[in-house]
Design a protein around this ligand. Structure first.
Ligand code: ATP
Ligand code: MG
Length: 668
């Protein structure tokens, strides 16, 4: 039985047209700054060129790299969906990211400005990086690592992590980074799945003003069955804390790496040689080991980093705040920027240590020009208040990027205004671990930006939105996001499980890659991401997107962040439950919940009105900043929690559960 009249939401649509129109009602558009447009790396002509000859376009982008043997064949798609890009080409990824810049006379250019959380700093030039990567490669060889062996890397955000990745790439040993915030169980599962031979770790790193140990989790993981093939653990000394030691297995980085020769001649591998395995962040289920290879991956990460951020390597200072342990760190801290010879900032710690202005202090100090971060971080800064970034000189910034979740228009506008001084374009980049590189994004010198929309597939990328029957939906309707042509940085398979690769991505819609995300095309054909289809709620026969309800909640001046789930409900199939974090100055007073319910109803129509709204202090997030809605669904349905191993802080769930009984009182 329905209590509300479904007057605005279209039946059967993944989301309603009406609600999108609501989101767009202010019609705010932001043209590219004239100066940026006039000097942009990529102009509108790129779309035309790529459309006329997609493979020719990618062949041209591959020439950004230095190949030992130039590829003659761009794409082999004879056995779809198993792609081979540039298959007869040979290159060394580390040579492309390091040595060739030194050979070009850029050895003195700073590659990494490292800022430790305690305030220690290091400037690492490309020449330094070449020496370090060569030493580390020689050290791995001394440990018996051979081309093709897998190396697990479980590290804090320090330069040695980048060095370790590049050393693996240099000798053709695929790396598997496991995010430093993961538990020993999550680490053990990933070591087993990839059958790693060596683990590279550190005694610990600094987080929130304190040393936080890492090595104990490695020791614990290596007691678990299936990890016996790990011969050595290479340990960087970062914190200097007391560290347990297994003689014969454990080796200090400073003892082994520092005594190696700084000469190492990189050998070229074929373009399809595996570069890394990376497990997806696990927001929707058991993590999948996504396999990426060399030539196509490096081509697309380099091209997109150049195009989407308009990178000018001579003058820009780039900063991506992601952790290197998730895909954004792989593609846009390590491989894309270094292939382009960029100068970048790497920061070890949390944004609020020792004070909530730390990020903005770093932007001011290094005169950062391009900043790439996640909506969740932006919303956290909104919660902390506008006065914090206002204390710093952020005038060096010229391009801002967003990735990881749909960015709601409110946060987009806040970011552009408070961080970008109303000058900078904001590029909302949609992509996944599986896609390896950006796929849908505005171009800062070309696209008239719409807050909250990723807008258009990049040149050379083909994406669209389809309905249940795989028919392309007309402009103004919603459905499922699919990629209709292979792309260079696509995943090649799920490690050790080709069948799961086929089932997960290629079986829902024939011959098309199904991303798992809901999306909508607006009247101009621009794409709006609407969250994962698993998160779409079914309320009284209507599909409602969690993203839209969250966006409506965040558009209320008292709300900084919201997470919405559909909980099983006897009357309406699912009932909308919202968890909200209030802004710094907002009080949790009597009428608040009713006020918020009314606000959503006004924006999206009465059917989208949450049945329950629960103000909370924190939301369960992965360390990559994504809200784990499936855990909130467990809470809302009074179930035991599912897998929490990829959560940043599992106490958050206890706190939320303890507040739950109060939520029921807001039902009408
Ligand atoms: P799992 O696949 O294990 O559930 P995950 O999907 O969170 O984990 P990632 O590959 O890091 O792992 O995230 C990709 C997803 O993040 C996309 O499928 C999409 O849902 C979301 N996403 C990333 N960028 C954007 C964006 N700009 N706009 C909207 N959604 C985005
Ligand atoms: Mg995913």
């Amino acid at each position: 039985m329905t209590r509300d009249t479904p007057d605005t939401l279209g039946k059967g649509d993944v989301v309603s047209n009406e609600s999108l129109a609501n989101l767009l009602k202010e019609e705010r558009r932001f043209a590219p700054p004239a100066e940026l447009a006039a000097n942009a790396n990529v102009t509108a002509e790129a779309y035309e060129r790529a459309k006329a000859d997609r493979l020719g376009f990618w062949a041209e982008q591959a020439r950004r790299l230095s190949w030992e043997t130039e590829p003659t064949e761009t794409l082999d798609w004879s056995n779809p969906p198993f792609a081979k890009w540039f298959k007869d080409g040979r290159l060394n990824v580390a040579h492309n990211c390091v040595d060739r810049h030194v050979e070009a006379g850029l050895g003195d250019r700073v590659a990494i400005h490292f800022e430790g959380e305690p305030g220690d700093t290091r400037a690492i030039t490309y020449a330094d990086l070449q020496r370090e990567v060569s030493r580390a490669a020689n050290a791995l060889i001394e440990l018996g690592v051979r081309t093709g062996d897998r190396v697990a890397i479980y590290m804090p955000m320090i330069p040695e992590t980048v060095v370790a990745m590049l050393a693996c790439a240099r000798i053709g040993a695929p790396h598997s980074l496991v995010f430093g915030g993961f538990s020993s169980d999550a680490l053990a599962a990933r070591i087993q799945d990839a059958d790693a031979r060596v683990v590279i770790t550190a005694d610990g790193g600094y987080r929130r003003g304190k040393p936080s140990a890492l090595k104990p989790a490695v020791d614990e993981a290596l007691t678990q069955p299936g990890t016996e093939n790990v011969r050595n653990v290479l340990v960087v000394r970062r914190t200097g804390e007391e560290t347990a030691w297994t003689e014969g297995r454990d080796v200090w980085w400073h003892e082994l790496v520092d005594r190696q020769s700084e000469e190492h001649t990189p050998q070229a591998f074929e373009a399809e040689h595996p570069l890394f395995i990376l497990y997806t962040s696990g927001t929707t289920g058991k993590p999948k080991g996504i396999l990426h290879t060399s030539g196509g991956y490096l081509t697309q990460t380099a091209y997109t980093h150049h195009a989407v951020f308009d990178l000018k390597p001579e003058t820009d200072v780039y900063w991506c705040t992601a952790d290197v342990g998730w895909v954004t760190g792989h593609s846009y801290i390590v491989y894309g920027p270094l292939a382009n010879g960029a100068t970048q900032v790497i920061y070890e710690g949390t944004p609020d240590t020792p004070h909530k202005g730390r990020w903005w202090e770093i932007v001011e100090k290094y005169k950062v020009t391009i900043l790439y971060t996640a909506p969740t971080a932006i919303r956290t800064c909104m919660k902390w208040g506008d006065d914090i970034p206002a204390k710093f000189d952020l005038s060096s910034l010229r391009v801002l990027g967003s990735v990881g979740e749909p960015i709601n228009p409110e946060a987009w506008i806040w970011y552009r205004h408070n961080i970008g001084g109303d000058r900078t374009p904001v590029v909302d980049t949609w992509w996944q671990t599986e896609t390896g590189a950006m796929m849908i994004s505005p171009l800062p010198g070309v696209t008239e930006a719409k807050p909250g929309s990723a807008q258009v597939p990049l040149p050379g990328i083909a994406a669209t939105v389809v309905d249940d029957e795989a028919n392309e939906v007309p402009d103004g309707s919603g459905g499922y996001l699919v990629l209709t042509e292979p792309w260079p940085s696509m995943l090649r398979t799920i490690w050790g499980d080709d069948q799961r690769y086929l089932d997960t991505y290629w079986s829902r819609f024939q011959d098309r890659y199904f991303a798992g995300d809901g999306a909508k095309k607006d009247g101009d054909g621009d794409i709006w991401l609407l969250g994962r289809v698993d998160d779409v709620m079914l309320v009284s026969g209507h599909n409602i997107s969690t993203t839209e309800v969250e966006s409506a909640l965040v558009s209320h001046p008292k709300v900084a962040e919201a997470a919405v789930v559909g909980a099983t409900d006897p009357q309406t199939t699912q009932a909308i439950c919202a968890f909200v974090i209030l802004r710094g100055n907002a009080a949790e007073d009597e009428g608040l919940v009713e006020e918020l319910r009314g606000h959503v109803a006004k924006h999206l129509g009465p059917i989208a009105k949450p049945k329950r709204i629960l103000p909370v202090d924190e939301l369960p997030k992965t360390r990559s900043g994504k809200i784990m809605r499936r855990l909130l669904r467990d809470v809302a349905e009074n179930r035991d929690l599912g897998d929490v191993t990829t959560l940043t802080d599992s106490t958050v769930m206890t706190l939320i559960q303890s507040k739950l009984p109060g939520a029921a009182s807001s039902e009408d």
